[in-house]
Ligand binder design. Structure first.
Ligand SMILES: [Zn+2]
Length: 89
């Protein structure tokens, strides 16, 4: 058995029809010449709505995370380096 072979597959999950309509209205989705693009809720940049730019999130209406991969790794790094005890403002 050829186990442990890592193949990077990127795909564009198909959002539900109502989700797509709502997101196009709100501007979180954009239909461009290259296809469907999704706006990251953190950096507000628009990226192709596929698993190359967003982590897949099976079970969600879009099938993708709402923040892009770059933001997600930044967010994780921030959380790791965040002090354990926060000073009261
Ligand atoms: Zn982002």
């Amino acid at each position: 058995m050829a186990r442990g072979v890592h193949i990077e597959l990127h795909y564009c999950p198909i959002p539900t029809r109502s989700c797509m309509r709502l997101r196009l209205q709100k501007g979180t989705y954009a239909l461009t010449s290259i296809g469907l693009e999704s706006r990251c809720s953190r950096c507000r940049e628009t990226w192709p709505a596929d698993t190359e730019f967003f982590h897949s999130q099976p079970g969600s209406a879009t099938g993708l995370s709402s923040i892009c991969k770059a933001c997600r790794s930044e967010w994780r790094a921030e959380r790791r380096s965040a002090p354990q005890i926060r000073e009261a403002a």
